[in-house]
Design a protein around this ligand. Structure first.
Ligand code: TRP
Length: 339
């Protein structure tokens, strides 16, 4: 059986937090153990569609994000890490695909629509503030995927409209030119979203409730001590409902089965105070982050190894994209070298 290619991308705009780890990282770790080719794109060009005025930030985070991904245990021998801007074929494909999608279709894309609404809220109601590049990033994302014949795309549910957009472009291309491109399928992680310690529905950088993989013990302590618990529990020995407590929610993510049971039983019985429970969570979280931070330290001390992983991966990825480009140009009858 032919192996299906896995492709995914991340915008290098900040460090990874626990939401990324449980939402996406665990899925990547599982996928790298399967035999499929796996491309992981550090989407610097896409990050610039949003942050073109802040190139230093994007530049810095290409390295930061790669280190975080290596720290969670992704193996460069199993995963091809590459930088989007190192693959000019992606930009080329984006131009070709831009004929296959209408402006109004992009404006109706639910993910883009939400992002535009957020921007308007932030910067006032000027339609002019939306750039051509930003509106077109789903087209460029379709190029990211198809440049490598990506068939399996592990993403969070917020990315589904972008996948659908890609599938539409693929169908249009295949019907106008020649059957050349494959339609990608998303695979969703079981927990696509984890709640914040503050009780909000999502952990996120912009929400200010993120626990980063690089957070040190004192930062973890501060964040966990502020977590929301059952508001009905006033005194230390009041029985409480762990199901509405964020401390218990996080115990379930990072603690052992046995300890989780203990937390639950004692909380319900009123034999566990919240302060103590938080202290145990801090210890469990530090324990959970320890191997990640140890690996991360190694890469911090060896930035040249990280750069080499990105360089080698980008070379390998470029080979694949070049092959794909030949097929695309042939289908579009712009393969002049042939004559
Ligand atoms: N849009 C994705 C995000 O914001 C990142 C991304 C870029 C991506 N290219 C991709 C995801 C290709 C999947 C496939 O997280």
């Amino acid at each position: 059986m032919m192996k299906k290619t896995v492709l995914t991308g991340l915008r290098p705009t900040g460090n990874l937090h626990l939401g990324h780890y449980f939402g996406a990282g665990k899925n990547y770790l599982k996928l790298q153990e399967e035999e499929n080719p796996f491309y992981l794109e550090i989407a610097d060009v896409q990050a610039l569609t949003d942050h073109f005025e802040d190139p230093e930030m994007v530049r810095k985070n290409v390295l930061e994000m790669t280190k975080d991904l290596l720290a969670i245990g992704l193996d460069p021998n199993k995963v091809c890490f590459f930088i989007q801007s190192k693959i000019p074929e992606i930009a080329e494909l984006t131009v070709f695909y831009s004929n296959l999608v209408t402006v109004s279709r992009l404006e109706r894309n639910p993910t883009v629509k939400t992002e535009i609404a957020q921007k308007k809220e932030l910067f006032g109601n000027q339609g002019e503030s939306i750039t051509y590049g930003f509106l077109g990033y789903p087209v460029s994302q379709a190029a990211d995927i198809t440049a490598f014949d990506g068939e399996i795309v592990p993403v969070g549910d917020d990315q589904l409209p972008l996948l659908e957009q890609c599938r539409e472009i693929v169908r249009k291309f295949n019907s106008i030119y020649k059957e050349t491109l494959k339609e990608p399928q998303p695979i969703l992680t079981k927990t696509t979203r984890i709640k914040g310690l503050d009780g909000s529905d999502k952990m996120g950088k912009s929400l200010g409730n993120a626990i980063y993989l690089v957070d040190d013990a004192s930062t973890i302590q501060k964040k966990v001590m502020g977590a929301i618990t059952d508001p009905q529990k006033i005194k230390k020995d009041d029985p409480a409902n762990p199901d509405i407590c964020m401390v218990y929610y996080y115990h379930k993510l990072v603690n052992t089965e046995e300890n989780i049971q203990k937390v639950c039983t004692e909380c319900k019985a009123g034999t566990r105070g919240c302060v103590n429970c938080k202290k145990e969570l801090i210890a469990a979280m530090n324990e959970f982050l320890k191997p990640i931070q140890e690996r991360r330290k190694y890469y911090d001390e060896h930035p040249d190894i990280v750069m080499k992983i990105l360089e080698d991966g980008s070379k390998e990825a470029r080979k694949k994209a070049t092959e794909q480009m030949k097929k695309v140009k042939q289908a579009m009858q712009i393969d002049y070298e042939k004559n």
